[in-house]
Write a protein that binds this ligand. Structure first.
Ligand code: ARG
Ligand code: GLU
Length: 720
């Protein structure tokens, strides 16, 4: 009897389980979807076809997606070239237009008419016209046994040719990039518009709500969006800024769905992810989280603690250091999450398991064995060899980035080198430019804060970097100061000529040769030169040689995996700032024992987090008023205002501003972050805890329409 019940139930469970094991890992090339992914995507609920996403003969989804300034993604959401991206992507543009009188960061900005839309020199939007596989042509001169350098120059020659011969219109551009660690090459024909104007942005208390405390964290309540518009020449083609330019008539504009999503609904994110390393061998993953992340986190932990202490005590320092703090904290937090996530999901163990399967399969085929035997072992071996050099590189760069005095020293050395290259006759003019470029730096510089950072980080550097890599000059200075970072820092900040604008001016006011000679007597300049010399003498060469061996073997290992593991897995290329499609399902997750996270947040959660007057959690009065009246218009559901949601789309930095699309390809949200536990997806995607965070499009529209009253923008969109 029991048997008879158990069996069907078991079957049912198996069926349910198997329909749940979709491969949400992967950042796919849009032109390859029909061959690789379409079937799975449809199985997960997608209602459109691959040719609706990428089509070179008619407008398709890809024609609505742009690389925004090369660092973020944006999408076209009206027939008049209206662009949607994140607030943190538009932040620089918004800041540049802000002043004390018109503080758009604080109060938001809404162009009431087209005339009020603000140009942003330097900002651009790039469309992808077409993607062609050019692997064969790119690799035709590559011969076995070539060194990495020979190989690269043989390829570069061909790439030039490929780009020159590419079929394209006169206003279009071309770009070729390597994929699958250099096993394949794709040509991109692109169209770049350079007249991109700011149209609207909510106040930071909405667009950056939760700031650094909530960064990388779920549950999230940030309205992280801003709006721009692409302008073109009268012929519709790219044109430099001119007041006579007209709004772009796009090939394709996204339609917007107000329906929202339910658990397990299909979602898709298209955009320009920057960089991932998904095919590291186990030693590479181990090194990333246990050594390199750990070193960088250790250094930033110390720097952030000191900045935070001063920022809490002193309002002036808080203004001066807010942006620096946020910049340092962003990746600090990401790396911590990455370390935690890999540990929690046994990422290294799973990699070893994967490698064991690979080795087993390799044994089954003599041709594979002949071609790939030993590749994985050598690769793992090179990762072990590169470890001390890579670790030193990271300590060194964190030290010079976080101790601002060393950053000044670095810039000063570069400036003097430039003069040396161009000739002393240029010194006068170059000095002027150099001093001007340093002005904004000193406006936000506080030598007391920096001194304390130096005390902490110098000690960590000396502890973390063995003397043989730090170099004799550094070791000598370190010993002169009894290996006491406080003693050393006290001396540096009391006597160096680099600690203020006035002192720096006086220092470089001297003749070129005097300045060069005094670089070895100024204690801060001397220390930076000593560290740089140590790095050049002991680290950069072996690091580059080992890295070149690693690149070579990563390429071979990639090729091997794509053959040997073919039956186990479909391979996608690592992110490289090119257009990708990722897809997944709306779902919550269990980050830790006994904790479950739901997949939706609401305006109620904003009010729960509200701290009046706080710089991270203040809420604008008008939003509170709308909340109290439940005045959500057509954007609310059952008296609640949705704010953010999560899904298992595989995203990374650069995907900020990417559209979240539903099964019909309609816009439902805007990607802006990942959950903390899932930031490891750059090296070790795990569907159980990796989630991307999106702001619900209805919250975006509610803010534009109800909060800002900018209905002219709503009117030009296509709402379904
Ligand atoms: N974590 C997001 C990203 O990597 C958002 C960063 C901006 N926000 C912030 N609070 N720092 O870019
Ligand atoms: N905030 C990131 C960006 O600016 C996206 C978050 C992520 O790394 O997934 O691109």
């Amino acid at each position: 009897m029991l048997q008879r019940i158990v069996k069907p139930v078991l079957l049912l469970v198996l069926v349910v389980l198997s329909t749940h094991t979709y491969a949400t890992e992967g950042m796919w090339l849009p032109q390859l979807l029909s061959g690789l992914n379409e079937k799975e995507m449809k199985g997960m609920g997608m209602k459109i076809s691959a040719s609706d996403i990428y089509n070179i003969n008619k407008g398709s989804l890809k024609d609505a997606i742009v690389s925004f300034g090369g660092f973020c993604t944006a999408e076209v959401i009206s027939e008049q070239g209206l662009l949607l991206t994140n607030h943190h992507c538009g932040y620089d543009a918004i800041q540049k237009h802000s002043s004390l009188q018109n503080n758009f960061l604080e109060n938001g900005f809404w162009a009431k008419t087209a005339v009020e839309e603000l140009p942003n020199p330097g900002l651009f939007a790039t469309f992808i016209v077409r993607i062609d596989d050019v692997t064969k042509a790119a690799l035709q001169d590559v011969k076995p046994g070539m060194s990495e350098r020979e190989r690269q120059s043989a390829i570069d020659k061909r790439l030039n040719e490929i780009r020159q011969n590419a079929r394209k219109e006169s206003w279009q551009e071309t770009l070729v990039k390597p994929f699958y660690e250099g096993n394949q090459y794709f040509l991109f024909v692109t169209e770049t518009y350079r007249d991109v104007r700011l149209v609207g942005a909510p106040p930071s208390s909405i667009g950056k709500f939760g700031s650094d405390t909530d960064n990388w964290v779920w549950p999230r309540h940030t309205g992280d969006f801003s709006m721009f518009r692409i302008y073109a020449g009268k012929d519709g083609r790219p044109a430099p800024y001119s007041k006579d330019n007209v709004p772009l008539k796009p090939k394709y504009a996204l339609s917007i769905s107000l329906k929202g999503v339910k658990q397990n609904d299909f979602t898709m994110v298209m955009g320009f992810p920057g960089r991932t390393t998904e095919y590291l061998p186990s030693e590479g993953v181990k090194q990333t989280v246990e050594v390199l992340d750990a070193a960088k986190v250790e250094m930033r932990d110390a720097a952030l603690k000191i900045m935070d202490g001063y920022m809490r005590k002193d309002a002036q320092i808080k203004i001066q250091y807010a942006a620096k703090f946020a910049g340092t904290a962003n990746y600090w937090k990401k790396w911590k999450g990455e370390m935690l996530g890999v540990k929690q999901t046994n990422g290294i163990g799973r990699k070893l398991q994967y490698e064991a399967t690979y080795r087993q399969l390799l044994e089954t085929n003599p041709a594979w064995k002949q071609q790939y035997a030993g590749v994985l072992d050598s690769l793992n071996g090179y990762y072990q060899q590169i470890q001390p050099y890579a670790q030193t590189r990271d300590y060194f760069s964190e030290l010079t980035k976080n101790v601002e005095l060393f950053d000044v020293g670095d810039r000063l050395i570069n400036f003097l080198n430039n003069v040396h290259e161009r000739g002393e006759a240029q010194y006068e003019t170059m000095r002027q430019q150099f001093l001007e470029s340093m002005q904004p730096f000193y406006q936000n510089y506080n030598a007391t804060v920096d001194h304390d950072v130096a005390v902490s980080l110098l000690a960590l550097y000396a502890k973390g970097v063995p003397a043989q890599y730090a170099g004799t000059e550094f070791t000598q200075i370190w010993q002169e100061n009894n290996k006491d970072s406080r003693l050393l820092a006290d001396k540096l900040y009391a006597t160096s000529g680099l600690t203020s604008m006035d002192k720096l001016k006086a220092f470089v006011q001297q003749p070129y040769n005097t300045v060069v000679a005094q670089m070895w007597t100024d204690p801060a300049a001397r220390l930076v030169m000593a560290m740089r010399k140590g790095y050049v003498d002991n680290v950069s060469r072996p690091l580059a040689d080992l890295q070149s061996n690693i690149n070579n073997l990563q390429r071979t290992y990639m090729q091997a995996q794509m053959e040997v593991m073919r039956s186990k897995k479909t391979f996608y290329p690592d992110a490289n700032s090119t257009l990708r499609v990722t897809y997944g399902k709306v779902d919550g997750y269990n980050p830790r024992d006994a904790i479950h996270y739901d997949f939706y947040t609401y305006l109620d959660g904003v009010m729960e987090k509200y701290i009046p007057g706080d710089y991270e959690f203040d809420v604008p009065a008008r939003l509170i008023e709308l909340y109290k009246k439940k005045d959500y218009g057509r954007y609310g559901v059952n008296g609640k205002m949705p704010v953010c949601f999560i899904a298992s789309n595989h995203t990374t930095g650069g995907n900020s501003g990417s559209p979240a699309l539903d099964a019909s390809g309609h816009l439902i949200g805007l990607n802006f972050d990942r959950t903390w536990e899932g930031t490891m997806s750059d090296i070790n995607y795990d569907p159980s805890i990796c989630r991307n965070i999106m702001v619900d499009i209805r919250y975006v529209l509610f803010i534009i329409d109800k909060y800002a009253g900018c209905t002219r923008l709503i009117d030009e969109m296509k709402l379904l």
